[in-house]
Design a protein around this ligand. Structure first.
Ligand SMILES: C[S@@+](CC[C@H](N)C(=O)[O-])C[C@H]1O[C@@H](n2cnc3c(N)ncnc32)[C@H](O)[C@@H]1O
Length: 271
């Protein structure tokens, strides 16, 4: 995954922890459905930030995670140990899982399958390691849906650059919209693919817009130099687009909307 757009620097690892914390109640713990003692595997677990949130909220879970990058797993081991959580953490490819069949009650992914050139391979493996009746849950964004007000051409240029960068690296910026048929094609039943809208607007009574803008800027700004180098995009327009985004909390009518998808499917009880 040499083109992985977020990279593996230490500040990116800390960003993943902050990102999961931002989405803790808003998304990660939203409509989850764990039973006492469930065995839960996260594919593309990164630094263990999401596993940490699940383990803190549901201490009886048996946690496991896999990531391609040894540095992510090293971080995850230390991070989860500091939270006094234990987890079976492995370095490896989600399309070739090292666990035997039917090991897990739940498999989940967050901000992960969007990066895969062939997401169906990881989903087939998720299917294999799930027990009959077990559930797969995917939480993925749709970068094309990040809209702002006031609208701005340079901002649109920037966000289309982000989508092209992800596509060039083999990912799918709008994968969230396609998750339902993808899960069915792998054999999952009871498939749902829900779109959750998040809308933040300028108000004197809360900081939600400012917080969201700061959060997005944390991963959008580091991608800008890659848009120049890898896609030949105009650095001035990208900088103007980013500046416009940063200024939203100072705009009297500033607002951002994004759609995030949650898809779930069950492994049939009888194959
Ligand atoms: C954006 S991070 C998300 C991490 C975590 N899910 C979170 O929300 O904090 C995506 C992770 O997927 C990992 N990854 C990419 N391709 C992979 C693969 N084929 N198998 C396992 N992990 C992979 C990357 O190394 C990276 O840590």
């Amino acid at each position: 995954m040499s083109d992985y757009i977020h990279g593996y620097a230490l500040d990116e690892q800390a960003r993943l922890v902050a990102q999961a914390d931002y989405w803790r109640e808003r998304l990660i713990l939203r409509e989850v459905n764990f039973a006492e003692g469930d065995a839960v595997l996260e594919l593309g677990c990164g630094v263990g930030a999401v596993l940490g949130i699940l383990g803190q909220a549901y201490p009886s879970l048996k946690l496991a995670g896999i990531d391609l990058q040894p540095t992510q797993i090293d971080y995850a081991k230390q991070y989860l140990a500091a939270l006094q959580l234990t987890a079976d953490l492995r370095v490896g490819d989600a399309s070739q899982l090292p666990w035997p069949d039917s090991q897990f009650d739940q498999v989940s992914t967050t901000w992960f399958v969007e990066h895969l050139p062939r997401p169906e391979l990881a989903l087939q493996e998720a299917y294999r390691v799930l027990q009959p009746g077990g559930q797969l849950s995917l939480t993925e964004p749709d970068y094309m849906t990040i809209k702002i007000w006031p609208d701005n051409r340079d901002y649109r240029y920037l966000i289309s650059g982000l989508c092209d960068l992800l596509s060039q690296a083999g990912g799918s910026p709008a994968l969230g919209r396609r998750l339902g048929p993808l899960l069915e094609s792998v054999g999952f039943c009871e498939v749902q693919n829900r779109a959750w809208g998040y809308h933040y607007f300028q108000t004197v009574t809360n900081q939600e817009l400012k917080l969201f803008v700061e959060y997005v800027e944390g991963w959008l700004a580091p991608a800008v130099p890659q848009m120049v180098q890898k896609l030949g995009r105009d650095p001035k327009r990208l900088a103007a687009g980013l500046d416009c985004f940063r200024q939203l909390p100072q705009q009297p009518e500033g607002a951002v909307t994004v759609t995030i998808y949650r898809a779930t499917g069950q492994k049939p009880l009888q194959g």
